[in-house]
Design a binder for this molecule. Sequence first.
Ligand code: GRF
Length: 191
Amino acid sequence: MNIAVFASGNGSNFQSLYEATQSGQLKATIKLVVCNKPEAYVIERAKACGIPCFVCSPKDFPDKAAYEQAILNELQANSIDFLVLAGYMRLVGPTLLQPYKNRIVNIHPSLLPAFPGMDAIGQAFDAGVKVIGITVHFVDEGMDTGPIIDQQAIRVNEEDTRETVEARIHEIEHTFYPQVLNKLFQQLVVK
Ligand code: GRF
């Protein structure tokens, strides 16, 4: 399975996915990182891992379709089978959704359908919920709305602050995402 990881920022999930491919826990090859922000730290991470990074800024294109077409060309040139979004802060449009139907997934730091969109951890913390979590889901044209693949719940304790909750979510994401993807890829290969 040749995958491309899409990211816009820090890239800690890219890093953990890469390490999981190296250790054999995730049976897939990350052939490409796609990043829409030229200043994102994930670009450094990709370089350090020896993974090519396609940096592509939407503002350099007349519209979203042209932006996504440039990405699609790069994906096809690299024989990418599957798209893994990890902190990619843009909605995916039909130019990518159609050729990769049921082959785009995302990780979101809440128990969807609760708290979609930006700053999900902050939203959940401010709402005072006592169980937060992580969702891995297929991507459709909506904001964190595609079919859910798996979820992991995490308890919020009395002594937790927003920062401790955030740190715990990120730590769990780093093992949960590779596990869920590995299971999913095995099912796809078997089918
Ligand atoms: C993660 O919390 C992920 O769930 C969300 O964006 C964050 C990305 O973090 N979609 P990183 O860039 O992988 O460190």
